[in-house]
Write a new protein. Structure first.
Length: 239
C-alpha cells in the first residue's frame, strides 16, 4: 500500500467570529486509509470535514490533496473528492435517477445510463428510481445522498454521520458500502457518534474536543473493549 500522504492538514484553523470551531488541526492520511473522528456535539467535527472537502475556507492553515492546496489553483481536485454532509444537496422536485444524472453531468461522466442504475442498486434504491426525492423517507434521502457522493468514484470520501436516519436494513447496506470503500485505493474520513461501528472500520482514530484533536492514533493503539471509557476520559480531560 502506498504510504505517501494523500490528504494532509497543517495547523488548520477555522473561526466563526469569536468562536474557534477548528483549532490547529494537523494530520496526514495515506491512500487506502480510513480515519474515524469522534467527539461530542460542538467539537468542530463537521466544520473540519467541510474544510477537508473545500466547502469552507480556513481562517489559517491549509488542506492539501496529493500535495495540491485545496481551494487554490486548478479545481481538478474537486473531482477526486466526494462529500456526504448534513445537507443532502438533492433537488426535491427531481427523481432519484434525475438527481444522479444531474450531478453526473456536472462531473462530465459519460456512462450515466449504466452508472446511475448501478449506484441506485448499490444503496438499495433501484425500485425508487422514478420517485421524486422529496417523496422519499429521510433514510432513503440519506442513501440517495450517499449514491451522489460516490457517483464519480472519488479517491477521497468524506462522510458526516452517514448512519443518520437509517433503519437497520439500510445500516447494514451502509456498512457493506464502507467496507467496499476500503479497497486500498480510497482515503476515507468518517465523522460519527457511533463508537463501535466507527472504531471497527477505522485504520486511524481521532477524538476532537473544542476544535482540537485530543487524540490521534492508529487502530492498533486503541483497546476496543475499553474504547468507550477511553473516549469519555479523553473528552473530560480536554481543556
Amino acid at each position: 500500500m502506498n504510504l505517501t500522504p494523500v490528504l494532509e492538514t497543517r495547523d488548520l484553523v477555522k473561526d466563526f467570529g469569536p468562536l474557534r470551531a477548528v483549532d490547529g488541526v494537523s494530520f496526514s492520511l495515506a491512500a487506502g486509509r480510513l480515519l474515524s473522528i469522534f467527539g461530542p456535539n460542538g467539537a468542530g467535527k463537521t466544520s473540519l470535514l467541510r474544510l477537508l472537502g473545500g466547502l469552507l475556507h480556513p481562517t489559517s492553515g491549509a488542506v492539501r490533496i496529493q500535495g495540491e492546496r485545496v481551494g487554490r489553483g486548478d479545481p481538478e481536485w474537486r473531482r477526486r473528492v466526494g462529500v456526504l454532509s448534513h445537507k443532502s444537496f438533492l433537488y426535491g422536485h427531481l427523481t432519484a435517477s434525475e438527481n444522479l444524472e444531474f450531478f453526473g453531468r456536472l462531473y462530465g461522466l459519460q456512462d450515466l445510463r449504466t452508472r446511475v442504475p448501478e449506484r441506485l442498486a448499490r444503496v438499495g434504491l433501484d425500485r425508487w428510481a422514478e420517485a421524486r426525492a422529496r417523496d422519499l423517507s429521510r433514510g432513503m434521502r440519506q442513501r440517495l445522498a450517499l449514491a451522489r457522493t460516490l457517483l464519480h468514484d472519488p479517491s477521497i470520501v468524506l462522510l458526516d454521520e452517514p448512519w443518520t436516519g437509517l433503519d437497520p436494513h439500510a445500516a447494514v447496506l451502509l456498512r457493506e458500502i464502507l467496507e467496499a470503500l476500503k479497497d486500498g485505493q480510497r482515503t476515507v474520513v468518517l465523522v460519527t457518534h457511533n463508537l463501535s461501528q466507527g472504531l471497527e472500520l477505522a485504520d486511524h482514530v481521532a477524538i476532537q474536543v473544542q476544535g482540537r484533536i485530543a487524540f490521534f492514533g492508529s487502530r492498533g493503539e486503541v483497546d476496543a473493549n475499553g474504547f468507550e471509557k477511553f473516549y469519555r476520559e479523553t473528552v473530560e480531560r480536554a481543556p
